[in-house]
Design a protein. Structure first.
Lengths: 409, 226
């Protein structure tokens, strides 16, 4: 009997006893549905985390910050260090071969006024690289240029949220605002940045913070508004994701030499993504356990029902052997039957799992991702259950002694 | 010589007791013989039949079938012998209940392998038609009378054109009229040159055979030729 015919025979057999087939399949259906749900949930969570970091400038980036140390416990070398400065940023840019761009930032809350209106606003001193570093698109006009930096230009790029508050219906082009009483030419408006976490309860734009800042050349910031060129933090990017570890080492060498002490922390975004994924994986264990238990129970039910169906069919097996079926023929017949049951159950489970995923997604409870590889993996799982739990009953059927089987009442 | 059995024994080990079902049977059957094996219950006739049909293996002794030593064959080779050289007819027909007559009769061809499905159906339908069951091809066994079932079982036994037909109480579950019909078919098979071997305790059935072997206590007690 070839495989197609065996499968056909299995299907016919199943349809001749629908109630039994349905009960047999319940476990497999639920197991496969849980596997689909778990995999979609995992993939969805990971995709969302990656999308979030991508929105923040991608995985090539390193963030360098000053180590927080209580002044009381500082060593002399630590006290002597100037911490992260704009000069460090320059040094990294010229001395580290793996660096693609450097984004030093100094932020201050400053008074920004236009005509009779006056606001306390966060102003960020930065460089032309900022738009790459934080993936900040310009909506209108232009961003700060290298020429602005060289000439300590009094130019300001404004965040989208306050544009209406400051200018109302007026066109921003050609206007000047006062920053701490100093006139700055408005050169552009940033694009609105948005990201909503699904599931976290949220209609809240977690990146709104970015929309409320204004930008001026960092050189102008140092010259006019700060006492030193100390930086709050520094973002740098490697030329490629592969070069991230190399750049980490290069940066560590340059900064340690300049500071005389390692009073800074370097953190890569890919590490953060990894951490996030590990955390997620831990939570997913519970789903895996549920999926595994349902698959296991499904398998046990199949083995059990097959064993009882073998008892019903002992005589038939004897007859089949008497007319020439070998043990192998009988083994294949029963294994195929188990596989047909689990495959059909698996297919129903896929449909159910897909429904659950869609339902959860539309209810905004969880981020879900769905892919053909998930379908394939879940289906293969059901087939594997069929093989694992079908082998024992099939072996038992195959090993029956023909004379005893024929005599069985 | 088609069948040559030499000092055949079969002992069942039931733990505490050993049951000697066969205690040294000698039997020779020529090609084309019509043979009946008779004897009371427990005389060993069914056990002998099972061994002759390669369903069971002897504890000792030799069994040569068509020049081939059967005692030493593997399970798979025995299955091949049962499939291609022996046709079984049982007292209670033993058709598979969940498939129709054509599928039942075609089943030995399935295990034979290398016969296409179309060919199997054609041959099974033909065999059923020859036995007057052409109108029952798509029926399941439980929709048929006992006589029809036994005729279908004979069609199944013959589908692979075996040279031996082994019939174990073929009329045991039939009324006398239907039993006669079945015996007529077996007589015809014998006339065609098949070797037919009946196991029965019905003297009227045994009369159809030209040679009767009487068994007693696991051995051949005497033989009659008619």
């Amino acid at each position: 009997m070839n495989l197609v015919e065996s499968v056909g025979a299995g299907l016919r057999d199943m349809s001749s006893n629908k109630a039994r087939a349905a009960i047999t399949m319940v476990g497999i259906v639920l197991g496969v549905a849980s596997v689909v749900a778990v995999l979609s949930l995992m993939q969805g969570g990971r995709a969302q985390t990656e999308a979030f970091f991508e929105e923040l400038g991608g995985l090539r980036e390193l963030r360098i910050t000053n180590t927080r140390t209580n002044r009381v416990f500082m060593t002399a070398a630590e006290r002597a260090s100037e911490r992260l400065t704009y000069r460090d940023a320059h040094a990294i840019r010229f001395e580290c071969p793996s660096v693609s761009y450097v984004d030093p930032e100094i932020s201050r809350y400053l008074t920004v006024s236009y005509k009779d209106k006056s606001f306390q606003m966060r102003v960020l001193g930065t460089t032309a690289d900022y738009v790459f570093a934080d993936d900040m698109p310009v909506a209108e006009g232009r961003f700060i240029t290298d020429r602005d930096l060289d000439t300590y230009a009094n130019v300001i790029m404004m965040g989208p949220t306050y544009r209406d508050d400051i200018f109302g219906d007026e066109d921003w082009r050609g206007k000047q605002v006062q920053v701490e009483g100093i006139p700055f030419a408005v050169v552009g408006i940033m694009e609105k940045k948005e990201f909503y976490f699904r599931g976290g309860g949220g209609e809240r734009n977690v990146l709104e913070w970015f929309n409320r800042g204004h930008y001026i050349p960092i050189t102008t910031m140092i010259k006019r508004f700060t006492v030193s060129d100390q930086l709050g933090g520094l973002e740098i990017a490697a030329k490629s994701v592969d070069l991230v570890p190399t750049l980490m080492e290069e940066t560590r060498t340059v900064l340690s030499r300049r500071h005389g002490v390692e009073d800074f922390d370097i953190e890569s975004k890919s590490e953060q993504v990894q951490q996030q994924a590990e955390q997620q994986a831990f939570f997913n264990i519970i789903f895996w356990v549920v999926a595994f238990i349902s698959l296991f129970v499904g398998g046990v039910v199949i083995a059990n029902i097959m064993l009882s169906s073998i008892t019903e069919r002992i005589r038939e097996i004897g007859v089949q052997k008497a007319i020439g079926a070998s043990s192998r023929d009988i083994f294949i017949e029963f294994l195929v039957e188990a596989l047909v049951i689990t495959s059909v159950g698996g297919a129903i489970g896929l449909a159910l799992g897909y429904g659950v995923v869609r339902a959860m997604e539309s209810a905004l409870i969880m981020p879900m991702a769905f892919s053909p590889s998930i379908l394939l993996l879940a289906f293969l799982t059901s087939v594997a259950v069929g093989i694992v739990f079908g082998i024992f009953p099939a072996l038992r059927a195959a090993r029956l002694d023909p004379v005893e089987a024929l005599r069985y009442e | 010589m088609l069948i040559a059995v030499d000092q055949l024994t079969r002992t069942y080990d039931l733990g505490a007791a050993k049951v000697h079902a066969l205690r040294g049977v000698d039997l020779k059957v020529e090609e084309g013989e019509y043979l009946a094996i008779m004897g009371p219950s427990g005389s060993g006739k069914s056990t002998l039949m099972h061994i002759l049909g390669c369903l069971d293996t002897p504890s000792s002794g030799r069994y040569v079938l068509g020049g081939e030593e059967v005692s030493g064959l593997s399970g798979r080779e025995l299955a091949r012998v049962r499939n291609q050289r022996i046709g079984f007819v049982f007292q209670n027909f033993n058709l598979l209940p969940r498939i129709d007559l054509v599928a039942n009769v075609a089943l030995p061809l399935v295990y034979h392998g290398s016969v296409t499905k179309t060919e199997r159906i054609r041959r099974a339908s033909e065999a059923l038609e020859q036995l007057g069951l052409g109108h029952r091809l798509k029926h399941r066994p439980n929709e048929l009378s006992g006589g029809e079932r036994q005729r279908a079982a004979i069609a199944r036994a013959l589908i692979n054109q075996p040279n031996i037909v082994l019939a174990d109480e073929p009329t045991g579950n039939l009324d006398s009229k239907t039993g006669h019909e079945i015996m007529d078919i077996l007589d015809a098979l014998s006339a065609e040159g098949k070797t037919v071997c009946l196991v029965t305790h019905d003297a009227n059935v045994a009369e159809h055979a030209r040679r009767t072997v009487y068994m007693q206590d696991g051995a051949v007690a005497r033989e009659d030729y008619s």
